[in-house]
Design a protein around this ligand. Sequence first.
Ligand SMILES: Cc1ncc(COP(=O)(O)O)c(C=O)c1O
Length: 395
Amino acid sequence: MVSMDDYLLLIPGPTMVSSRVLRAMSRQVDSHLHLEFNTLLKSVIDDLKKLSDSSEVFIIAGSGTLAQEISIANIIEPGDKVLCFTNGFFGGRFPEIVKRHGGKPKVFEAPLGSAIKPEDVRKALREDSFKAITVTHIETSTAVKSPIKEIGEVVAGSGAYYIVDAVCSFGGVEVKTDSWNIDVLCTCSQKCLAAPPGLAIVGLSKGALEYLEKREVPISMFYGDLKGWLPIMRNPLDIKYWATPPINLIYALREALNQIFDEGIEKRFERHRILGEAFRRSMEVLGFKLVAERGYEADTVTALHYPNGIDDVKFRNLVAERSILISPGFGPLRGKTFRVGHMGNISPNDLISVISAIEYSLLKLGFKVELGRGVKEFNESIGNNHFISKLDEKA
Ligand SMILES: Cc1ncc(COP(=O)(O)O)c(C=O)c1O
């Protein structure tokens, strides 16, 4: 049995975590009612507030899906109309979540590979009024980035709460809650933040926080009731209980954030942008077509159409022979596309390895490939940029 230590994990989340982060979580469990732990929790919440520009941040044991559900459950009351923009699998989950919490979803569906555009939102908001709208920042199933800042300018003043799924972007691509007019930001630990899976993270704007505090209709879930969690998240030092937090995962997140600050958030965004662009260029010279519409490609993940005649499973198994795990396409794109994640601690070295494995796999499947062509394009695209992304020890 091969261990995960022998593999390079390049799926679009979870991402590999540094040994710094692994070491931080492998310590004795503390009490959640102990001041030392709560001091650490406060520092994590303060840093997430700063990074996301949110008025309040909630960290709850769970995953991105829970963050999506908590967002809806806390904003939507029975009968509320919600405009859900979907352009892939993950955005497509919001209408179902809305229904389960008693809301009435109206779905605007963009074709797979397309982004949600501000004009789509403007038009829909002219036709009706809504309690909230949902948009996915980076739709991981198609690797498309929607212009959520510009959409926020359209939503402003409409009276709708703007709920954004930033699961595949937060920590790798700029996203701001209050100053981009986002009301609820949902994300989680295991993607661009490069911490292990297990933490749902929700950021609220000033307006969403006021709504939550005034809300009288109790929400339809107990565990995810942000009003219940609020005293803990607002002031962790005034030790209170709602449910036991995942203490060791919060140690891990603390260290993942330290690593982000060591790198510098702007430099981190730049690393994602330059490496994402270089990877796409390397794939295009090998003959792959991007799923994403031009101009809306994600910096954290790439989805690619196979040329005719490539068997998805055989291809990914050949890549795995080079000890690299990549992902299949999602839903209707399964079998026709594959996805490579390039977020979190991603380095040029990781991407050179996967490009080389992809070239080898194409060759093995009978395609004419000039070995090294994609790697050359990648290196040329990066040029003189260099990154130290795997800061395992403080220099
Ligand atoms: C954009 C997006 N939203 C939501 C989710 C769901 O997150 P999780 O799998 O952590 O529940 C994912 C997972 O990949 C995602 O990429």
